[in-house]
Design a protein around this ligand. Structure first.
Ligand SMILES: [Fe+2]
Length: 428
């Protein structure tokens, strides 16, 4: 009777833990929370999430309290991003192939006659024994496999690894079924956003989904560091970290309206052509001129501000040839020194530029410097960083450059993790 009561309580907890994911639109943040909540339900020390991509399982999220105590961040684990086949040979593969939960209470003692075995590769590399593993399929409303959740090493009160019991499997399977619904929504939104970016890339071959994803992740990391350093309230940080990745992907959506011959023209643009090209910020902002949600408002401020410069010499503010931008788009803050004719655009500088625009500027230029373009080869990492640092206080907000310099290794890793060709395959 007591077990039944406990079981009901755990099921209610599992329902709450899954409902907690509903407002999340960023896939990365959602998977981190999904894993944290699942581990908390059964007091597990570690866990992993795989996503289905191109017919394989991609290792995308990992948490491990034991390794974290040794100051080994799971983000640094080299096998993140690696793939597992969907077949019966591994625990995650079997769970995905059969779309069924699989519990193994001692990975060192799996019957050799069973089709699956536990690969010791990751355990050996990280010096961590994944002894007890529950694998749970994450399945969409219409039965498609979205991924696999693996929960590793449940602990007792004394911190010793214990076996999973039948109730754990039932509770986690209830959680996974509900969490998968939130996951499916976030994956759909990400796919729709990437498809919008692909429409833009039809006009400008350098404006790829890879660039959009890199700028999205780079700006999210920069915001995360900057907002911690500036002690922003945790609720505000979390709110922005949830919607910024999507918003940032759309920073150049206005390029869709710029003639292709200008986008692909080699060499320098004539002044009139340059103004036309720069008007992509106005064209993009017009799409969001009647913002209805906070995501719309964030996208709008990113589009309109991402080419402004800290010293005031950016655009659209600094270019008076630009089509006039209505106040509703451009913002209403006009310092007296810049209160020019209402028929002309007001230049923005310093903190008049939204923090999101200031952050996007750093992410966008860093990625542009480090990637090949029609008119140039990519710069090597040290030269790109040197240019970014030199532009602190000129093109860029010095505080954002401080964050950039503090997290350079993470930023470099993001760039390398999202090569152009691989990102395209996410949509195909
Ligand atoms: Fe742009």
């Amino acid at each position: 009777m007591l077990i039944t009561h406990n079981h009901q309580l755990m099921r209610a907890e599992a329902g709450k833990a899954a409902a907690n994911l509903n407002g999340l639109v960023d896939v990365g943040l959602l998977l981190e929370k999904l894993l944290t909540n699942a581990r908390r339900l059964v007091r597990a020390e570690a866990g992993t999430v795989y996503l289905v991509e191109n017919g394989q399982l991609r290792f995308v999220t990992s948490q491990n309290d034991y390794l974290q105590r040794l100051i080994i961040s799971c983000q640094e684990l080299p096998f993140l991003g690696s793939n597992v086949q969907i077949d019966r040979s591994t625990l995650a593969g079997y769970c995905a192939f059969e779309k069924t939960a699989l519990t193994v209470n001692d990975t060192n003692d799996i019957d050799p006659n069973l089709p699956y075995q536990h690969s010791k590769f990751i355990d050996n590399f990280s010096n961590y024994d994944c002894r007890t593993i529950m694998s749970m399929p994450l399945i969409s409303m219409n039965g498609d496999l979205l991924g696999v959740l693996q929960i590793i090493n449940p602990l007792d009160e004394g911190g010793r690894i214990i076996d999973f019991v039948k109730e754990d499997e039932e509770v986690l399977s209830f959680f996974a079924a509900n969490a998968a619904m939130a996951m499916e929504k976030a994956l759909m939104l990400r796919r729709m956003t990437l498809l919008s970016v692909r429409l833009v890339s039809g006009n400008d071959p350098s404006e790829t989904t890879g660039h959009a994803l890199r700028v999205s992740r780079l700006s999210t990391e920069l915001y995360s560091h900057w907002s911690l350093k500036n002690k922003l309230p945790e609720s505000e940080r979390e709110y922005i970290l949830n919607i910024l990745p999507l918003a940032a992907m759309l920073h150049d959506v206005g390029l869709r309206y710029i003639p292709r011959e200008i986008m692909v023209k080699p060499g320098r643009l004539e002044p009139a052509e340059r103004t036309l090209m720069e008007s992509h910020v106005v064209a993009g902002a017009r799409l969001f001129s009647k913002p209805k949600t906070s995501l719309d408002r964030l996208i709008l401020s990113i589009i309109i501000d991402h080419h402004e410069r800290w010293d005031g010499r950016g655009y659209p503010g600094g270019n008076q040839e630009m089509p006039v931008i209505p106040d509703v788009i451009y913002g209403t803050i006009a310092p007296p020194s810049q209160a020019v004719s209402p028929l002309r655009n007001r230049g923005k500088k310093g903190e008049e530029i939204s923090i999101y625009g200031r952050i996007l500027a750093v992410a966008d230029v860093y990625d542009a410097l480090s990637s090949p373009r029609l008119y140039k080869e990519s710069f090597d990492e040290s030269l790109a960083v040197q240019i970014m640092e030199q532009e602190s206080g000129h093109h860029f907000d010095p505080q954002v450059i401080d964050s950039f310099m503090a997290i350079r290794p993470q930023l470099k890793k993001i760039r390398l993790n999202y090569p152009d060709n691989e990102i395209f395959s996410e949509l195909d």
